[in-house]
Write a protein that binds this ligand. Sequence first.
Ligand SMILES: C[S@@+](CC[C@H](N)C(=O)[O-])C[C@H]1O[C@@H](n2cnc3c(N)ncnc32)[C@H](O)[C@@H]1O
Length: 203
Amino acid sequence: MGTEHFDDKAATWDDDPDKARQAQDVARAVASAVPTDGATRLLEYGAGTGLVTQALIGRVGPVTLADNSPGMREVLQVKVASGILPRDARVWDLDLETQPVPSERFDLVVSSMVMHHVTQLDVVLAAFAELLEPGGHLCIADLDREDGSFHSHDFGGHHGFDRQELVTALGAAGLAEVTTADCTTISKEGTAYPVFLATARRP
Ligand SMILES: C[S@@+](CC[C@H](N)C(=O)[O-])C[C@H]1O[C@@H](n2cnc3c(N)ncnc32)[C@H](O)[C@@H]1O
């Protein structure tokens, strides 16, 4: 999928108070699922406008926000320049489906509502495993399997995930201690779509 959809949404993404509420729920779930402190090097992949990272500030150390949408990265840069995100935060143009895995290593990789947009799930999960320092944690928040009604726009991704299938895929990517738990819900046109948090650790 191209980036136009998210490019168009980026400037007004934060106008929806529910987006911040979801991000806070995800950040809370991450913080209670995995150990973090002021030295934790965080990579948020598919960071959008950085709402999840914003909600994790104070619980983690240096942050890197990656997204393949130029519109989203522009919003991130404005937030870094204005101090809404830490002034030393890095914004990366990164698509792990098509680009090499960066050589840097992280203690925590987080993605929220991104993986259902990723076509080559196995490629990106393997990249996450490679990006983690041994002992580092991966946290993926995403939709439980849904009937296809979540996306009204032209959409070629996954209609959510079966948790057990994702657990198997995380194991196949070389990750261990894989668990899933309820995380939050997203309401759209009268339907509440459940969101889970999957966590895993690089051995
Ligand atoms: C539904 S938004 C979620 C944004 C943010 N994580 C949040 O929870 O508010 C999905 C984000 O993933 C990004 N994204 C989608 N596919 C991607 C890919 N292959 N590589 C990097 N970012 C991607 C989009 O540009 C968008 O910013």
